[in-house]
Write a protein that binds this ligand. Structure first.
Ligand SMILES: *Cc1c(COP(=O)(O)O)cnc(C)c1O
Length: 400
């Protein structure tokens, strides 16, 4: 076959490194090694019982056929009510598209909005998927580095310098993966003003909005003005707040023409998200919310412990995150040193040695566009965290 097997678009993206390292850790587990896993990108809690029951009931009731491609009305209405209740945002049914996870929502947005000449501003460190989607649809990611000393909030001057007349959108993740960055209302007002002045869209990924600490209450950028409302697509889903990552339900709220285009694309690609999961998501959004707070509290307890432990280590600095379930410690002080005769030159070396010799799985910062860091997830039991930090300190002490 002289014709190339794969197209250039798929060649432009890398497989997800976060999945790669989890797979290696899983292999080690399977061969009997007791791996302490700090690489998870999902809650370690079980899906709450009422949500599971709603899924089981959907199966029993025979709610197992195709639904409308953009989701059932009950779920769209549940999303509308949730956005009103939670963020005081007003949407109508035709401004909501239900997708197969928020990742799918983001992919559809890229697919229906972006063209070759378009630039998309992505603050780094970023969730890898943003860059992959932009590249896959042939547009250009414009990466703007944020600093640890700013707690990873987008720097105003750097942001302004990244804008060109080709800027089509900004992808904002608040609270953010992997840094746990959280934006104040003031930070967001500046961003909304800049978006208005330069006329670009804001994609607001709010998937971690319920996992927040120290009383931080995220403001959706869409609430800031009528203009911000119109130019923002709010992306969210049930995965993180309700521990339903495998159920695959995400959603987008915003401009009705964009929503209609996303639904049209879904109607010719995935069709509807799983009918059973949609029913479970209705229960997640409309049912009792106590499990969300129980998980949030547990995450906060773990965060308090792990940040403290991490910052007690000489030569490591770690921002105290106000949201999501990750810490992003700076381990670059160890670059150029060695562990057990193996040189550590970057975040991949550090993470690999940590996995091989200490049996601790983390994700190298390079996977998120910053090689000075590692991402440590605290979506794991307190017992694992306590044990893991002991072993981690031991590992650090052996670096020469
Ligand atoms: C986990 C995550 C998502 C959503 O994942 P889905 O399971 O596809 O809904 C979206 N954005 C970020 C930054 C995430 O970490």
């Amino acid at each position: 076959m002289s014709k190339s097997k794969l197209n250039k678009a798929i060649g432009s993206i890398e497989p997800s490194m976060t999945i790669g390292i989890s797979a290696k850790a899983k292999d080690m587990c399977a061969s009997g090694i007791d791996v302490l896993t700090f690489s998870a990108g999902e809650p370690d809690f079980d899906t709450p019982e009422n949500i599971k029951e709603a899924g089981i009931k959907a199966i029993r009731d025979g709610f197992t056929k195709y639904t409308a491609a953009g989701g059932i009305n009950e779920l769209k209405d549940a999303v509308v009510m949730k956005e009103k209740r939670h963020n005081n945002l007003d949407y109508e049914r035709n401004q909501v598209c239900i997708s197969v996870g928020a990742k799918h929502s983001l992919y559809n947005i890229g697919a229906v909005m972006l063209e070759k000449q378009d630039e998309v501003i992505i603050p780094a460190p970023y969730w890898v998927t943003y860059e992959a989607i932009v590249k896959f649809v042939g547009a250009t990611p414009v990466i703007v580095k944020t600093d640890e000393k700013d707690k990873f909030v987008l720097n105003k001057d750097k942001f302004l310098r990244a804008i060109s007349d080709k800027t089509k959108m900004l992808i904002l993740n608040n609270p953010g993966n992997p840094t746990g960055v959280t934006y104040s209302k003031k930070d967001l007002e500046f961003i909304a003003d800049v978006a208005k002045e330069h006329d670009f869209w804001i994609i607001s990924d709010e998937i971690y909005e319920d996992i927040v600490f120290d009383g931080y209450k995220p403001v959706s950028i869409a609430t800031l003005s009528d203009d911000a409302y119109k130019r923002t697509l709010v992306v969210n889903g049930t995965s993180k707040s309700y521990a339903t990552t495998g159920w695959r339900i995400g959603y987008t709220c915003g401009d009705k023409e964009i929503i209609a285009a996303m639904i049209k694309l879904q109607s010719q690609s995935t069709s509807n998200p799983t009918s059973i999961s949609q029913m479970a998501a209705v229960e997640a959004l409309n049912g009792p919310q106590d499990s969300v707070e129980i998980m949030r509290k547990e995450f906060e307890k773990r965060r308090n412990y792990i940040v403290n432990e991490m910052n007690s280590i000489e030569n490591i600095t770690c921002v105290n995150p106000k949201g999501a379930f990750y810490i992003f410690p700076n381990v670059s002080a160890f670059y150029g040193k060695s562990y057990n005769g193996h040189k550590i030159n970057n975040s991949m070396d550090f993470s690999m040695l940590l996995l091989e010799y200490a049996h601790i799985a983390v994700v190298p910062g390079i996977a998120f566009g910053d090689d000075n860091y590692i991402r440590v997830s605290f979506a794991t039991s307190m017992e694992n965290i306590v044990k893991g930090m002991k072993v981690f300190k031991d590992f650090i002490n052996r670096i020469q």
